[in-house]
Write a protein that binds this ligand. Structure first.
Ligand SMILES: Cc1cc2nc3c(=O)[nH]c(=O)nc-3n(C[C@H](O)[C@H](O)[C@H](O)COP(=O)(O)OP(=O)(O)OC[C@H]3O[C@@H](n4cnc5c(N)ncnc54)[C@H](O)[C@@H]3O)c2cc1C
Length: 551
């Protein structure tokens, strides 16, 4: 950027064909809320469009029993307002969904964010018009809106996936995805409940449903590794200490690969004795949160032999917790090691299977044949149910983009460009889709989400400011810079064991959007948050290298 551009008063709008709004932000979750706050502070004509009836995204939708953070609450909250940090008391170390939603509403009220959010307003199509230049948005009510710049804050886990089982629509009782768990209380007492799926959501929900339901049957396709959350209340004294340490806490989150306080043990797996390894694992297993995953030896992520030894340690823990040894073996994953997929954290998940009212159906032995009006039929016979819960995960990372008909310059469809997986520059821009910035989209660093969301929003805001300051109205990233980034992301997959996992990291579920099953999709940047943050900072310091400005 030239000295003149820096010192010139910035006109926070651009020249070109008239538009309804200079900036539209799509989505009012953690990312969209912070973005609209930044734009409001700058006095930009901006509007946030949200398809739901209220804000909060993930924390507005997922109301199933047991829904809560795996991130320490105080590392998850927004870091950008000192007063907010001072006044908010996180009640639990791992906040439950209702409290997090209360927090987000508090933020919205404090900063009057609702003034700039239009609810019940989904975006169904977006077309770039070179003549403006501008984006034409089609909304769920069929109306159109134009804007110069679009910032997508669509969420990476905002499109639930349902299984494809014959007869699903014939079931006569309540049946819903955990994402769509009703806001009004669901009576589970005296009910026969089926839960289909054993991913992170199911692992949170099953122990809670088991406490209430008369009978709970869990249908498992593949078991997942899981480890104790070790949640607890945060006392007034502890919260006061957290408030004193906030700068230190966020600095530590910036230093670590995954944006948490937890940092890897760098002694070297093979440099310490088996006894020392066991001592570390015993301590981490009883400690809070992702410590068991992220404070472990780095070799867990890289070295199959190290991973196998640690996986066997966790398998033994499961064997100790599940009374029936045959059942315990069914709950131990055999097709992947611990930590190769995102680790679900649990509270009494394994103990739930010791209850008389809980049964596991192993779908590798007795697959589901169909859903009937009154229950579920497997190859072993029919089981009657009052409620069916689909805990079947998400069309992760690209699902929300696929649900919008996005047409860029020269008529190219984003869906086509991403047919084999996302292709981006820094996870923020897509070549051929000018004036569009993705906040928390595919190929940003895999972290404690807000710790990547905030830098992404700040980077996007700086890019807009740079565009305005330099008198431009159009930017796009060049294809070579984009390809270099995609190559970097792909290289990361080749270095870590998780690059070969059957998980949302590799797009295992994306076939539900019509993509080819089993083909690796490079959904996240796995090179660690510090390297990612250094990269986007250097791009910015170079006046947004790899980005072409026009207009
Ligand atoms: C059950 C669960 C637990 C989680 N726990 C953690 C955790 O402990 N730690 C962590 O770091 N992350 C966690 N996550 C990830 C979580 O999604 C992020 O932390 C964070 O909430 C993402 O914020 P976001 O604003 O990017 O997306 P979201 O919260 O998903 O918000 C996206 C918004 O965009 C809206 N939207 C989408 N498409 C359109 C459209 N076409 N038109 C208009 N609006 C649209 C959606 O309605 C939604 O409101 C969890 C996710 C789930 C599902």
């Amino acid at each position: 950027m030239s000295i003149d551009a820096v010192t010139a008063p910035v006109n926070r709008s651009s020249e070109g064909a008239p538009v309804d709004h200079e900036v539209v932000v799509i989505g009012a979750g953690m990312a969209g809320m912070y973005q609209i706050k930044r734009l409001m502070d700058l006095g930009v004509d901006a509007l946030c469009l949200e398809r739901d009836a209220d804000l909060g995204g993930t924390w507005y939708k997922n109301r199933y029993p047991g829904a809560r953070f795996d991130s320490e609450s105080y590392t998850y909250g927004y870091s950008w307002d000192r007063e907010l940090l001072e006044e908010w008391h996180w009640v639990e170390r791992f906040s439950p969904q209702p409290e997090t939603l209360r927090y987000l509403n508090h933020v919205a009220d404090k900063f009057n964010l609702r003034d700039k959010i239009r609810f019940n307003c989904g975006v169904t199509a977006m077309t770039f018009d070179e003549d403006g230049p501008l984006w034409r948005l089609t909304l769920t009510d069929g109306s159109e809106m134009t804007c110069r710049f679009v910032l997508t804050a669509l969420g990476v886990l905002s499109i639930p996936t349902y299984p494809k089982i014959e007869g699903m629509e014939s079931f006569q009782g309540p049946a819903f995805h955990t994402f769509d768990w009703p806001a009004e209380p669901v009576e589970l007492k005296g009910k026969r409940v089926a839960v289909i799926g054993t991913g992170a959501t199911a692992i949170q929900a099953i122990p809670e449903i088991a406490k209430e339901a008369e009978q709970l049957v869990v249908f498992q396709r593949r078991p997942n590794w899981a480890a104790p959350l070790n949640n607890g209340l945060i006392s007034d004294e502890e919260m006061a200490d957290i408030r004193r340490r906030y700068d230190e806490i966020f600095a530590q989150c910036r230093r670590t690969a995954a944006g948490f306080e937890h940092d890897a043990d760098r002694r070297g797996f093979w440099n310490v004795s088996r006894e020392e390894r066991m001592e570390l694992w015993d301590r981490l297993y009883d400690g809070p949160g992702f410590g068991i995953w992220l404070q472990n030896f780095l070799e867990i992520f890289l070295d199959e032999a190290a991973n196998a030894e640690f996986s066997e340690y966790i398998a033994d823990r499961i064997r100790q917790r599940v009374k029936d040894p045959v059942l315990a073996e069914k709950l131990i994953p055999k097709d992947h090691g611990f930590g190769i997929q995102r680790v679900p954290l649990e509270t009494n998940y394994f103990e739930a299977y010791n209850r008389d009212n809980v049964t596991l159906v192993d779908l590798t032995e007795t697959p589901i044949e169909c859903i009937t009006p009154t229950g579920i039929r497997t190859t072993a016979g029919e089981m009657p149910f009052d409620i069916i819960v689909y805990a079947t995960g998400f069309d992760a990372f690209t699902g929300a983009f696929d649900r919008i008909d996005i047409t860029g310059a020269n008529g190219q469809k984003l869906r086509d460009k991403w047919a084999d997986g996302p292709v981006t520059y820094l996870g923020l821009l897509v070549s051929g889709f000018p004036n569009m910035i993705m906040l928390a989209g595919p190929q940003i660093a895999a972290t404690n989400f807000p710790r990547a969301i905030e830098p992404a929003v700040d980077w996007a805001t700086d890019l807009l400011e740079h565009t305005w300051a330099t008198g431009h109205n159009r930017f796009d990233t060049d294809a070579a810079a984009e390809q270099a980034w995609v190559d970097d992301v792909a290289r990361g997959y080749s270095l870590v064991l998780s690059g070969r996992a059957q998980s949302w990291i590799t797009g295992y579920n994306s076939n539900l959007s019509g993509h080819e099953y089993g083909k690796t999709r490079y959904n996240v940047y796995q090179g660690g948050a510090p390297r990612y943050m250094a990269k986007i900072q250097s791009v910015k310091d170079e006046g947004f290298s790899g980005v072409e400005f026009a207009g």
